[in-house]
Design a protein around this ligand. Sequence first.
Ligand SMILES: *Cc1c(COP(=O)(O)O)cnc(C)c1O
Length: 416
Amino acid sequence: MPTQTVLADLTTLPVPADVLALDARDPLAHKRDEFLLPDGVIYLDGNSLGALSRRVVQRVRHVTEEEWGRALIGSWTLGAQEGRDWMALPDRVAAKIARLIGAQPDEVAVGDSTSVNTFKVLAAALGVAAPERRVLLTDADNFPTDLYVAQGLTALLGGGYELRRVPADEVAAHLRPDVAAVLLTQVDYRTGRCLDLAAISAQARAAGVLTIWDLAHSAGAFPVDLNGAGADFAVGCGYKYLNGGPGAPAFLFAARRWHAAAPVALSGWMGHADPFEMARDYVPAPGARRFVTGTPMVLSLSALDAALDAFADVDLHALRVKSLALTDMFMALLDPVAERLALTLVTPREPAQRGSQVSYRHPQAREVMADLIAAGLVGDFRTPDILRFGFTPLYHSFADVYRAARGVQAMLEARA
Ligand SMILES: *Cc1c(COP(=O)(O)O)cnc(C)c1O
């Protein structure tokens, strides 16, 4: 049978009553209507590109037609009394993200990409570490851009600065007196394994090592408590679980205790204390705003600002509870058939060690995912052999999970 037809009716596949009952009891079920999800598709890739919220559509129309189209340059300052001016956008968005990651609003800066922000926080961390500590420690399997930015910065610094890559499990054993900082991604993009941010931050602090967390697959997926953990720096992505849209601005976190001492490597005018004074010398703005570099990306920041309103009335604990229930259910449905269908689970079953995705190895993962996507079940393939399914507690139902698991099963049975 052609694989496409196997899943032809996936989004209308009948769902058992016990699954429907879970949706009926789901306190977040109403959030789904805030998003525009295409018909005939089960979208399990919100961890790569979050779905479009209706608020974003309205806001982007308003910011283009009214704010840009009519008010033109006046919009930089228009509404400044109420904090609606474009100039204040980075700070406004920062405050919304702060709540999701356990930070104070003045500890978050928004703009640029995660990669660029990684450069900024690495430079800041290496700049406040004791001079005899010149090693930047990281997970050897960290996300490529984290590794590349760290390579670029250590090469630029020279002077004995070095990137040391060790397996994630051995990080604790490598917190030695020559280590300045450790750069870790909390949730592994392939396996979905979630590191214990609080425990590792505490171990690092005890060893005099600064922590830099990449929250790309954490922020908006479950509550993060950076200050509760005593983390030093962090970065994260605007277009994954925060649903800010393709290429959305990213964020960085710098704990207050470092604001005064941490160097701002990309000291641009928008991070100046008074940009329009046009002074000759850089004087940092108060708080993390100093890490904003250039002119705010108004269109994409506005989209992210609107997207973040989806979280305003959401209990972040409920978000985590639902996320774990979704991923638990997906694994439970595939468990009985996994071995027969050559699926090897690589995501931890232990809830505390799981992000908001489920991943399997499969010998033909690339082809299987291409077939699934063609049939309207969108996850993604990650080299060399990983099938990755992301679950977004804001807009996924338990019925989606049921249909997705049955779809994966049907597709693999049809291929066998
Ligand atoms: C997605 C992702 C990024 C993305 O970086 P960009 O600069 O936005 O391309 C960074 N780190 C991790 C761990 C990611 O998963």
